[in-house]
Ligand binder design. Structure first.
Ligand SMILES: C[S@@+](CC[C@H](N)C(=O)[O-])C[C@H]1O[C@@H](n2cnc3c(N)ncnc32)[C@H](O)[C@@H]1O
Length: 850
């Protein structure tokens, strides 16, 4: 359960929390004062400076009393229980609006076992007391990654400590403070950190032998902190109460690492005063890239007591709240001097050289001359909040669907309800494309002088799987706009939808549509009386008259596509329709469709599926339709594309997808002509790297299906033909020709944990009219289409691969025993060595019944 927002804070607004490392206690009056200044929340330490001092002397005395050579007495002292002097925190109503800060001076990564043990004791005591007092969210200090030339060695013991603490307080949310990237210049700890007390024999970097910084790995390891986080959350079993508190640096890392963090559960964004840049008015502002990144992160949603909320912004290193001055050292008598420090209790990690420059530059420019003295950073963030880019139609319509897992529809086995059809019908793009395809097919039919199958040379158009009739409507419009006369048939097996079709036929279509209630797999095609006029088809395929003839369909229109193209059994349903097509000129709309895949990191989905596995063992073995929002493409091409990784998708109850719009790019346009001058952007040179230049994902075709009249027996080069319509039960019709297999190779530049495969489809409706959910082609073929979300094929366990690896993906469409299902497996390869393999995903029992 996250920190609770004040009731008047909208769920889309920024929740901004003030952090002052010197703050000792927060009363309800202090919180009100902060809220009067336009903050929403405050951080609060769990323990006092006196406690810190007591622990330090406990350790010093203990080490002093132990002889270094005498290992028999190398025991760890026990920290005595908290006394009222050790904490100012107490249970109260307002506590649920506070964010607890675990003492940043403990060292849970220390190579010294005593320091580690004491740090664990303190963590446990603080968590226990925070839970007792009613705190709902805690911020954990960042794990220290570097001890001399050892990088990341202490992360597992840090993870173990966090895992234990979480076990003791399962109702609290924990955010691990993580810098966006590992910085070799950041190994220094403050003087008061317990790491300073580590004994030399347990330090890989004794003070006396400290090597020059050039002799150790000084390269920025962009994925180093993500890697540490991955270890921690894996150790904690993807606990849904474990989050990231991401520290946004002054200099942003490349887009690849920004998008990786976007896929993670970001509950807190730590924005330090050094992240800001003074503009020409000496007002602290954020660069365009920072604004774009923060806007993007603020679209993420986390569960809270009051619904789904964006990450909480914690402002650090800024002026104290005016008049709110009770510090660790007592009341500073109204002074707003921010320079009272207690060293290591600062939340912000030590500044990098670039940040140090920014601080220096800030002091050179002087303090901002804002009328809201002391609140300049907050004022700017509030202005920024007001000037967020407007949400796109796509974002509005898909709000609330982020990461919501849905079992794909199975319209063949199930009869859809009206609400589901209604959701389909809300997306005009799909129907526009279909109308365009029918229009072009009719025009070509006329221009090429093709012989039609209907009476009076009318083109016979059959909408198979008509639902509530939107494609029937579009076929009628296409005929009207082209002037090509059609004979229209609409077939539907859902008895409820069929009632509606009858009503539409009477009310809107003037009885001009021939309705058939049937499974298309047993339909014999359009039918008319041999002598006197046409049958109205109401009697369905088992026509009692024997003086009837069946005749071909010229254009069969169907929309049986799932998020992976063929996953709603379109191939199996259309197979028996193909022999009913006009053998020379017959057209299927769609003419073909293909399934596409790419590996992704989707830790939030993995955590959800893991939780579901407790109740349903098949949960990690079935595909899901999902509005992917927090995820990262793992395999990207070298060229830059217009698609940012916050690929915001859309909603169709069970099959929606992304529109691939570039939100990073659009998010950079927040500085409009109405911007007050004090918030004016910094100069373009100071704007930094352009994170909108994101590499495009590598999305590869797995397989395709093509639909056309069966080839005549003389043709030998055609693909395997579908079996003719059969009177036997659909489940006994041979279906091996619809089985497929794909083996695809995806190069990965950066280390990653793959959680599964994102699946998309492309469909050629007719000629150059296509539908696509593939993020690479969708903007060209069907921009803004909202009918399908991507499909997600999960891995039971995340597959970790080092930098410069290759993922080999194998996927099967299995057609057996009257069912269809998918199986998939992913292998990781690095430098010719197999570094890991997933289990085979897929579930025969949950396969789609024919
Ligand atoms: C995805 S819906 C599309 C409905 C409608 N064409 C539209 O675009 O809104 C697919 C429709 O095909 C129908 N359907 C699926 N398989 C069928 C089959 N074998 N025979 C007849 N109808 C079928 C379903 O009942 C459903 O109404």
């Amino acid at each position: 359960m996250a920190i609770e927002l004040p009731p008047d804070v909208e769920q889309s607004a920024f929740c901004i929390c003030h952090h002052n490392p010197e703050r000792a206690r927060v009363s309800s009056a202090t919180l009100r004062q902060a809220q009067d200044c336009n903050y929403d929340a405050l951080t609060v330490p769990i323990t006092t400076y006196a406690f810190h001092a007591r622990v330090q002397s406990l350790i010093s005395n203990h080490f002093y009393s132990c002889l270094p050579s005498d290992h028999t007495i190398d025991t760890t002292p026990t920290v005595p229980p908290l006394s009222s002097l050790d904490t100012h925190l107490e249970p109260a109503d307002h506590v649920r609006h506070l964010l607890g800060v675990i003492s940043p001076w403990i060292d849970l990564t220390s190579p010294d076992p005593s320091i580690y043990d004491i740090s664990c004791q303190i963590l446990d005591m603080e968590v226990d007391f925070a839970a007792f007092c009613g705190l709902r969210a805690l911020l954990l200090p960042a794990p220290r990654l570097r001890y001399g030339s050892d990088v990341g060695q202490g992360v597992t013991q840090y993870a173990r400590a966090v895992s234990e603490a979480m076990r003791a307080a399962p109702q609290i949310d924990f955010s691990v403070t993580m810098p966006m990237m590992d910085d070799p210049h950041r190994f220094e700890e403050s003087e008061t950190n317990l790491s300073r007390l580590a004994r030399p024999e347990y330090s890989s970097w004794p003070d006396s032998h400290r090597p020059s910084i050039d002799s150790i790995a000084v390269k920025h390891d962009f994925f180093g902190t993500w890697d540490a986080w991955n270890v921690i959350r894996s150790f904690c079993g993807y606990n849904p109460h474990l989050f990231v508190g991401l520290a946004i640096p002054h200099l942003l890392p490349p887009s690849g690492i920004c998008s990786r963090w976007h896929s993670e559960p970001l509950q807190v964004l730590l924005i330090d005063s050094t992240t800001f840049t003074p503009n020409s008015h000496n007002h602290p502002v954020l660069t365009a890239n920072h604004r774009a990144l923060i806007s993007q992160y603020m679209k993420l949603r986390n569960p809270s007591g009051t619904g789904l909320i964006p990450p909480i912004i914690i402002l650090t290193g800024v002026d104290p709240i005016p008049g709110n001055t009770y510090t660790m050292f007592g009341d500073t008598n109204g002074s707003t001097d921010p320079d009272v420090t207690i060293g290591s209790s600062s939340l912000s990690v030590n500044p990098t050289p670039s940040e140090a420059y920014a601080i220096e530059a800030g002091s050179r420019f002087g303090k901002p001359k804002s009328k809201d003295k002391g609140l300049a950073h907050l004022t700017y963030l509030r202005w920024f909040q007001q000037n967020q880019p407007p949400r796109t139609t796509f974002e509005r319509q898909t709000a609330g669907w982020q990461e919501y897992l849905q079992v794909p529809l199975n319209p063949l086995a199930d009869n859809l309800d009206s609400i589901t059809y209604e959701v389909f019908e809300q997306d005009p793009i799909k129907y526009d494309r279909y109308e365009e395809a029918i229009r072009k097919a009719l025009l070509a039919w006329q221009e090429e002088g093709k012989k039609s199958s209907g009476l009076h040379d009318r083109v016979v158009v059959a909408v198979v799987g008509a639902g509530r009739g939107p494609l029937v409507e579009r076929a009628r419009k296409a005929s009207a706009s082209t002037g090509v006369a059609i004979e229209l048939w609409a077939l539907e097996k859902n008895p409820n939808a069929w009632v509606l079709l009858q009503r539409h036929n009477a009310d809107r279509w003037h009885g001009q549509v021939n309705l058939v209630r049937s499974d298309m797999r047993s339909w014999k095609g359009p039918v008319r009386l041999m002598e006197n006029g046409t049958s109205n088809g109401h009697d369905g395929p088992n026509h009692p008259h024997n003086n009837v003839i069946n005749y071909p369909i010229d254009i069969a229109v169907s929309e049986l596509l799932g998020s992976f193209g063929d996953n709603e059994l379109s191939p199996e349903c259309l197979d028996p329709i193909m022999p009913l097509l006009n053998p020379t000129h017959g057209i299927s709309i769609p003419q073909s469709y293909s399934a596409h895949l790419t590996p992704i990191a989707a830790p939030k989905l993995h955590a959800k599926i893991l939780a579901d596995t407790k109740y349903d063992a098949s949960a990690p073995n079935i595909p899901y339709v999902v509005h992917l929002h927090s995820f990262d493409y793992l395999s990207t091409t070298s060229h830059l594309s217009a698609y940012g990784p916050d690929h915001t998708p859309v909603s169709r109850t069970s099959r929606q997808q992304p529109n691939g719009s570039n939100h990073r790019a659009t998010a950079t346009t927040t500085t409009s002509s109405t911007t007050p001058s004090i918030f004016a952007a910094v100069s373009p040179e100071e704007e930094g790297i352009h994170i909108s230049k994101t590499p495009a994902p590598l999305v590869q075709e797995a397989w395709s299906f093509h639909h056309h009249p069966p080839p005549s027996s003389s043709s030998s080069t055609s693909p395997p033909s579908a079996p003719p319509a059969s009177s036997s039960s659909p489940s006994t019709i041979p279906n091996t020709h619809n089985a497929r297999h794909a083996r695809l190779t995806f190069p990965l530049r950066h280390r990653a944990a793959c959680h599964g495969l994102a699946g998309y489809f492309e469909a050629q409706l007719y000629g150059d009219v296509h539908l696509s959910t593939n993020p690479l082609t969708m903007p060209h073929h069907s921009p803004d289409m909202m009918s399908w979300f991507p499909i997600f094929f999960p891995l039971q366990r995340p597959l970790y691969t080092p930098d410069q690896s290759t993922l080999v993906v194998e996927m099967w469409r299995v057609c057996k025993a009257g069912k269809v299902w998918y199986e998939w497996v992913v292998e990781g390869w690095c430098k010719g060595v197999r570094v890991g393999s997933s289990e085979v995903g897929g579930c025969r029992e949950k396969g789609m019944l024919l």
